[in-house]
Each structure stands twice: as structure tokens, then as C-alpha cells.
Design a protein around this ligand. Structure first.
Ligand SMILES: NC(=O)c1ccc[n+]([C@@H]2O[C@H](COP(=O)([O-])OP(=O)(O)OC[C@H]3O[C@@H](n4cnc5c(N)ncnc54)[C@H](OP(=O)(O)O)[C@@H]3O)[C@@H](O)[C@H]2O)c1
Length: 223
């Protein structure tokens, strides 16, 4: 049985991803801030993880490494959007955003890399909001949410650098835009359900794509 590790499965896209992978016969290790999730399945383990603190990242990763499981897929899904629609950078919010979307995610990933199985896949859930190509061109909130955009652009660079590093080990690393999804973050007007987004991400995750690329619905996106 293959194992997928998914961060942030308490709600939104992460919760639907956990449900999708369980339905596809995977063993799911999921994380939540509280350590609890309203999903019960004998193939699901839930661990506490707060990406804002090194202690939490370290103890969660240690528990995974100690379990002796090899990870076939790591999906870095947990993330925050803390900007309040402003166009200027509020430095405190930028710091808090980077702490979760970049630094915590990188720290956690680096601790999991040694237990990634050969030919495994690391997926960083990014956003077209972080695309340097699309900024200013996109119809979605041009100029707004700067901290979030900066964090996802930086996460994309992590995808590129990690992909180069892990290429010889056969580990694929991807950035994935999930679409505009009806969650606490995406809001009610978004066009995809979390279940549809999860299905699309699942299909992509098992597709053995070219490493170090940015994707949406199986198609390459410009960085
Ligand atoms: N929704 C969209 O339209 C959209 C579009 C593009 C990209 N994305 C990306 O997709 C991913 C999932 O988004 P979503 O819409 O499902 O968001 P969401 O509904 O707000 O859920 C966010 C998840 O991240 C977890 N999380 C938040 N802060 C955390 C922290 N400090 N440590 C660990 N986990 C933390 C939350 O856990 P708790 O419940 O325990 O707080 C929750 O499980 C994010 O990376 C987001 O940037 C979303």
C-alpha cells in the first residue's frame, strides 16, 4: 500500500485530498493544527503540525521518520492567505505568511526528503497568484494580496531548486495550482469544489510528470 503525506487536512482542499487518496487505496498521513480531523478511516493517521514553529515541525517530522514508512507522495497543501485585500505590503503579515507558506513548508519538506521513496513525488500546492508571468495580467486581484503572492513565488523557486537536487534520485518535484476553489480561503464564488480540485490533483499526482514544473489540470503553467 502506498503512503501519501498531506499537510493541512482539517478542511478545504487538504481534507478532500485525504478523502480522495483514501478512496484510491492509499495510506494517508495527514496533519492538522489541532491534531484532530473529522475523518475516520483505518488507513488514516493524523498528526499535529503547526508550520509556524520549529518545535512542532521537528516533532511531527520525527514521528513520521520514526514510523519507518517510506513516503510515496508528499503534498504540501497547508497554507495561509493573511493579506486583507491591501495593495501595500504589511510587513508583519508578510512575515507570518512566509513563516507558513515558505519557511515552515521548506523546513518540513527538508526533514521528510530522506524518507521519500525512490520515484516518489513532492507536490507544493502553489497558486497562479505567485506567477511572475501573470502578475498584472491576471483578472484576479491585480496588485492585491502581495504577501500571499510573494510567498507562492518563493515556494515556486523552492520547487525548481529541489527538483534539480533530487533529479538523480528520481524524485519528482512539482508546483501545482489547484484552481479557484470554494474553501475558507477561496470563498463562495470560486468555481471549483474542493472534491473536484482534489480529483484533478490526484490525477496529476499519479501521472509521473516532468520534474521541476508548474501545473494546473495537467497542463504546464508559466512561472
Ligand atoms: N482555495 C483556493 O482558491 C486556492 C487557490 C490557489 C491556491 N490555493 C492553495 O491551496 C492550499 C489549500 O488551500 P485551501 O483553500 O484549502 O485553504 P483553507 O481552507 O484555508 O485550509 C488551509 C489549511 O491549511 C492549514 N494551516 C493553516 N495554517 C497552518 C499552520 N500554521 N500550520 C499547519 N497547517 C496550517 C489549515 O489547518 P487548520 O484548519 O488546522 O487551521 C487548513 O487545513 C493552500 O496552500 C492555498 O494557498 C488555494
Amino acid at each position: 500500500m502506498k503512503t501519501v503525506l498531506i499537510t493541512g487536512i482539517s478542511r478545504g482542499i487538504g481534507r478532500s485530498l485525504a478523502e480522495r487518496f483514501l478512496a484510491e487505496g492509499y495510506f494517508v498521513v495527514g496533519t492538522s493544527l489541532s491534531g484532530g480531523v473529522d475523518l475516520i478511516n483505518h488507513n488514516l493517521t493524523v498528526l499535529k503540525l503547526d508550520l509556524r514553529t520549529q518545535e512542532s515541525i521537528s516533532s511531527c517530522a520525527q514521528e513520521i521518520v520514526k514510523s519507518g514508512k517510506n513516503i510515496d507522495m508528499l503534498i504540501n497543501n497547508a497554507g495561509v492567505l493573511l493579506d486583507e485585500d491591501e495593495t501595500t505590503v504589511v510587513v508583519d503579515r508578510l512575515r507570518q505568511t512566509l513563516e507558513v507558506n515558505l519557511l515552515g513548508t521548506v523546513d518540513f519538506t527538508e526533514r521528510i526528503v530522506p524518507v521519500m521513496a525512490p520515484s516518489s513525488h513532492i507536490i507544493n500546492i502553489s497558486s497562479t497568484a505567485g506567477s511572475l508571468e501573470q502578475v498584472g495580467k491576471t483578472t484576479h486581484f491585480p496588485g492585491h494580496y502581495p504577501s500571499y503572492k510573494i510567498s507562492k513565488a518563493a515556494l515556486n523557486m523552492y520547487t525548481r531548486t529541489l527538483a534539480l537536487r533530487l533529479k538523480d534520485k528520481g524524485v519528482v518535484v512539482s508546483s501545482v495550482h489547484p484552481g479557484w476553489v470554494k474553501t475558507d480561503m477561496g470563498g463562495e464564488n470560486a468555481d471549483l469544489s474542493p472534491a473536484d480540485a482534489a480529483q484533478q490533483i490526484f490525477n496529476f499526482a499519479i501521472s509521473k510528470p516532468e520534474t521541476g514544473q508548474f501545473w494546473f489540470a495537467g497542463k504546464k503553467l508559466a512561472w
